[in-house]
Design a protein around this ligand. Structure first.
Ligand SMILES: [Mg+2]
Length: 297
């Protein structure tokens, strides 16, 4: 697991598998919308938040759709987002108007994207261990639950935007955006803080730009691709990962270690705000960029 230095390889799974609670004793881990399940006695104080694009789907499905519908504008929008000049909610609010009213072509495109076949077994194991898992995605969102069903993933919360099609046009709502900060379409940060508030150590698994804020507040970070660069540049400890098969072994090991010694699990440490209304003030639509003279975290 990450400590105060970077790990370039996954932590080895050397501990034996943890004993499972009987299925009848496992409380529901899918909470009502907007809430998180309480931490009950005997449960490992862990929550796992997982990005979707480039993480469960091994390609970025949102980007694949945007390349299709935006054409030459895609590179311009992507550069503006990656450099921190514009927020995703601003971009999505404009881009969604270019989606076809009939979603069939983009659903076909999304369905054709490859996914990590080991994700379902990872989720099943986490739920057996009474550890909640959530998908947190700052994308269009409409293709996630169908993809999870195809993969055989047990029912877990999907925290994302909601894109709907009426045959004439597409519309996008942001029910999981921050009410006072309009930078991101989905505020992954709020999900991290919500799980921490009930006493859980939060594990974040992701791959890129849309994870930068959530990872900054998380207690353990598993990173690949651009998230590695972002963690390095911010000096954040992380563990490099490749697929959910290795994370399943890591999960068994860390829970077994916790059962032997509860102090072995990293505890949540409150970190200073690097984003959101607490730092930027309410109503901001774009992160502070070069024009503000402020560093992008
Ligand atoms: Mg991603």
């Amino acid at each position: 697991m990450p400590s105060d230095r970077q790990h370039e390889t996954p932590a080895p799974a050397t501990a034996p598998a943890a004993a499972h609670a009987p299925a009848s004793a496992v409380p529901p881990l899918v909470a009502a919308r907007g809430t998180v399940p309480p931490l009950l006695p005997g449960q490992p104080p862990l929550a796992i938040l997982v990005d979707y694009d480039g993480t469960i789907a091994t390609t970025d499905v949102t980007d694949a759709i945007l390349r299709r519908v935006l054409g030459e504008r895609y590179a311009q929008d992507d550069a503006a987002y990656s450099s921190g000049e514009v927020g995703s909610r601003t971009l999505f609010s404009s881009q969604v108007r270019l989606l076809p009213g009939d979603p069939a072509p983009v659903i076909t495109l999304a369905d054709a994207q490859p996914h990590d076949p080991t994700f379902a077994a990872f989720v099943s194991r986490a739920l057996e261990l009474q550890i909640p898992v959530e998908v947190v995605s700052d994308g269009f969102g409409f293709y996630i639950e169908p993809a999870l069903r195809r993969l055989g993933v047990p029912s877990i919360p999907v925290i994302s935007a909601e894109t709907t099609f009426d045959g004439m046009c597409a519309e996008m709502a942001f029910p999981n955006g921050h009410p006072d900060c309009l930078v991101c379409g989905t505020c992954k940060r709020q999900r991290v803080l919500a799980h921490q508030a009930v006493g859980r150590t939060v594990v974040f698994i992701g791959d890129g730009e849309s994870d930068r804020y959530a990872a900054a507040y998380s207690d353990l970070i598993f990173a690949k691709r651009d998230l590695i660069r972002l963690c390095r540049s911010a000096g954040r400890p992380f563990t490099r990962w490749h697929d959910f098969g290795e994370l399943k072994a890591w999960l068994d090991a860390i829970v077994a270690a916790w059962r032997s010694n509860p102090a072995s699990l990293p505890r949540h440490v409150v970190r200073p705000f690097i984003c959101g209304p607490e730092l930027w003030g309410p109503g901001r639509t774009d992160p502070p960029g070069r024009n503000d003279g402020a560093a992008i975290p």
